[in-house]
Ligand binder design. Structure first.
Ligand code: GDP
Ligand code: IMO
Ligand code: MG
Length: 443
């Protein structure tokens, strides 16, 4: 069967930890979109791993696959694999031949475009990894796919078209000088070498067939979403979004496995117990504007370590936004929820949630479709009594009933509002600090 893990908010909900949590029952873990803009953390005992491309099952020695919906920077992929090897792991990572490659010029274009937008407030605050420009080349039918790296003739032919195209954007549109990242010969040399390494290690596969053959053998497959619903290119707060579909539909198009198969499995929405945001754009429940809110934001940021995994930027912080979660639950059809970071809110007198919004004098319960209208929304807060700091590891060992009562009320509210059961509760970053209510592969 399949289990799909989807970020329900703005990324960094703790997806990597939940993939790892349920990873014992899994045979392969498949990323279906995004690239090295992701930063997924797994903490096992004293060891912390931050993964941007290698699927999070690697910590448990599971086969990882980067599906066709991903954009793959072979440089960072091989660096990450080598880094994990140095730490004593032996990651077995396969890459879809249909996945697109991120080339050095994509990062340059990402930086130039963000800079150009910065005067008009349109910059997304990207991770600078070249994600958007790579997906643009993909949709523009001029991208370079992983399969192309395996065939030097095809690679050269593709480079000879796409590099001058992108060079012209830099030189003719932005009036800047294109550097060595736009040198066809150098790119050919570097990327045909990656092709050789992919072939020698048998890493480049037909993703759909690879996954289906395992499902046919009754193996368990986990689809690991990156980013989150509100930064989905279609369902997110456009244009402050990433360039792919983190929502569950992306698991179909990004792997070659049909919605009937994925829909027969479980789809777990990963929820952070509050909001964090690394990029720009509106955020109705953001904690800012007055001293008390800024102090609370500071407290949560420090308690939760809310600094970007990829970029180190301090994250913006806000109360849980229920309209955002209702939107995410519908868009992906969650069958279960994992609510993380409950421990971070411990010690506050009161915990608020944005239950609904007021927009033009009316109460609304889901996100409006334009980001400008979302920015006009005033949150209607509901207040919960706070819960104390406790020994969370001991709580996790005892189980759900050991969670402080007020925190359980908070969890019950989320579950009831979204009409979706809670499968797991994160009370700390460690694998041992998670309370498991349901094991989706056993259901
Ligand atoms: P992802 O991108 O969704 O995989 O999440 P990130 O790894 O970017 O960010 C989540 C951060 O919170 C990581 O540092 C995790 O180790 C940490 N984390 C995950 N779950 C919990 C939790 O329940 N409590 C606390 N305090 N930290 C958590
Ligand atoms: P994980 O998988 C949080 C944000 C960036 C920016 C926007 C576009 O760790 O949850 P991009 O580089 O993708 O073109 O940036 O999306 N963003 C993320 N925010 N977590 C992520 O990944 C993110 N990946 C991209 O900050 O606002
Ligand atoms: Mg992250």
């Amino acid at each position: 069967m399949t289990v799909t893990i989807v970020g329900s908010q703005l990324g960094d909900e703790g997806k990597g930890g939940i993939v790892d949590l349920y990873g014992d029952a899994v045979d392969i873990v498949v990323r279906y979109q995004g690239g090295d803009n992701a930063g997924h953390t797994v903490v096992e005992g004293d060891e912390e791993y931050k993964l941007s491309l290698v699927p999070s099952g690697a910590i448990r020695g599971k086969v990882g696959l980067l599906g066709n919906g991903c954009v793959v920077n072979p440089r960072t992929l091989f660096d990450e694999i080598d880094g994990l090897r140095d730490r004593g792991l032996d990651p077995d990572v396969r890459v879809a031949q249909r996945a697109h490659a991120i080339l050095p010029y994509h990062r340059v274009l990402d930086g130039i475009e963000e800079e150009a937008k910065s005067d008009s407030d349109l910059e997304a605050g990207t991770t600078g990894r070249g994600i958007g420009p790579t997906y643009e080349d993909k949709v523009g039918r001029r991208g370079i796919r992983i399969g192309d790296l395996l065939d030097p003739d095809v690679l050269r032919e593709r480079l000879e078209y796409v590099v001058p195209y992108n060079r012209a954007i830099v030189e003719d549109i932005y009036g800047m000088e294109a550097g060595e990242e736009f040198d066809v010969d150098a790119l050919f040399e570097e990327f045909s070498e990656y092709g050789r390494r992919l072939r020698e290690n048998d890493m480049a596969v037909n993703a759909g067939e690879f996954i289906q053959s395992r499902l046919d053998d009754d193996e368990n497959v986990m689809f690991e979403g990156a980013q989150g619903t509100s930064i989905d290119i279609d369902h997110g707060i456009y244009p402050y979004v990433t360039s792919s579909n983190p929502t569950a539909g992306g698991a179909c198009t990004g792997t070659g496995i049909g919605p009937t198969t994925i829909g027969q499995g479980e789809i777990i929405g990963i929820v952070k117990a509050y909001l964090s945001r690394v990029g720009t754009g509106p955020l109705p429940t953001e904690l800012k504007g007055d001293e008390e809110s800024e102090d609370l934001a500071h407290y949560i940021r420090e308690e939760g370590g809310e600094y970007g995994t990829v970029t180190g930027r301090p994250r913006r912080v806000g109360w849980l936004d229920m309209p955002m979660l209702r939107h995410a639950t519908r868009a992906s059809g969650f069958t279960g929820l994992a609510v993380n970071h409950l421990d971070v809110l411990a010690g506050l007198d009161e915990v608020n949630v944005g239950h609904s919004y007021t927009l033009d004098g009316e109460e609304v319960f889901t996100m409006p479709p334009t980001t400008e209208r979302w920015g006009d929304c005033e949150p209607n807060l509901r207040t919960f009594d706070g819960w104390p700091e406790v020994d969370w590891e001991a709580t996790a060992a005892e189980g759900y009933e050991a969670i402080p009562e007020n925190a359980r009320e908070y969890l019950d509210y989320i579950s009831e509002e979204l009409d979706t059961p809670i499968y797991a509760v994160g009370v700390g970053p460690n694998r041992s600090e998670t309370i498991v209510l349901e094991r989706p592969f056993d259901r």
